[in-house]
Design a protein around this ligand. Structure first.
Ligand code: PEP
Length: 254
């Protein structure tokens, strides 16, 4: 089954309103004409509406970096999935910075995931192991635990469901996983998806790699058979590098 790769930029808590607008405008032009892959940007929450305006009518989707599962209420500082529905296409769920900086539990990631799916947006479910977990040979256990907890209340996944494999030791460190590590681990994730759901579902899922992806390593990562795109942090903050990454992924996909 052919899977359409997806390259998404996670801007994290970077860029004020004017530079964010400039980057959106630059990407609207520089990514025009790229086909064969899905593309998205996930700006900070206050700039999501700007992104939706600037990118309307393009092939570039808009994503949120986080979400809360309750639709409304006394939850100071949170943004609900219900408030994002209709404006964003994608929502990152369970990013390692949510898990490890803000203490988000596997169970909370699961509640977010179910809400995002229920409201018709596409989650990018981020999972990944810490350096010591990989060194101790516990990577597969950690990924299995994160995935199964996230899927606790989910009977089936939509076709093309997105998992982002993001080894925590590779995020923002410049220590990119080798294409071999990315491939082996993404294949393991696909195996867990097949066990939890079924082979056809697992085959249709798109598994991104994330962790210091850049214009130089994008092609070799996306060239792996089980790597179906990239979740990009630092290199998504400049139009030139994000465009080169998208071009490299599109070239591999063609
Ligand atoms: C990320 O934030 O999801 C990420 C992969 O960051 P970076 O590309 O900077 O490692």
């Amino acid at each position: 089954m052919a899977r359409t790769p997806i390259v998404a930029g996670n801007w994290k808590m970077h860029l004020g309103r004017t530079p964010a607008h400039e980057l959106l405008t630059a990407l609207r032009d520089s990514l025009a004409g790229i086909e064969g892959i899905d593309m998205a940007v996930c700006p900070p929450a206050p700039w999501i509406a700007d992104a939706a305006d600037v990118l309307r009518g393009t092939r570039i989707g808009v994503g949120a970096q986080n979400v809360y599962w309750e639709p409304h209420g006394a939850f100071t500082g949170e943004v609900s999935a219900a408030m994002l529905a209709g404006t964003v296409d994608y929502v990152i769920v369970g990013h390692s910075e949510r898990r490890h900086v803000f203490g988000e539990t596997d169970e909370q990631s699961g509640r977010k995931l179910r809400t995002v799916l229920d409201l018709g947006m596409q989650p990018m479910l981020a999972v990944g192991e810490l350096r010591e977990e990989r060194e101790d040979g516990r990577t597969n256990d950690v990924l299995r635990r994160q995935l199964l907890a996230a899927f606790a209340d989910i009977e089936r996944l939509p076709e093309g469901f997105i998992v982002a494999y993001e080894p925590v030791w590779a995020i923002g460190t410049g220590l990119t996983a080798t294409p071999e590590i990315a491939q082996l681990t993404c294949a393991d994730i696909r195996g867990i998806l097949a066990e939890r759901f079924d082979a056809a579902t697992a085959e249709s899922c798109r598994i991104q790699y994330g962790g210091s992806a850049n214009a130089e390593n994008a092609a070799s990562l996306v060239g792996q058979p089980d790597v179906d795109g990239l979740l990009v942090g630092g290199a998504a903050l400049q139009a030139e590098s994000f465009t080169k990454i998208c071009q490299a992924a599109a070239a591999v996909a063609s």
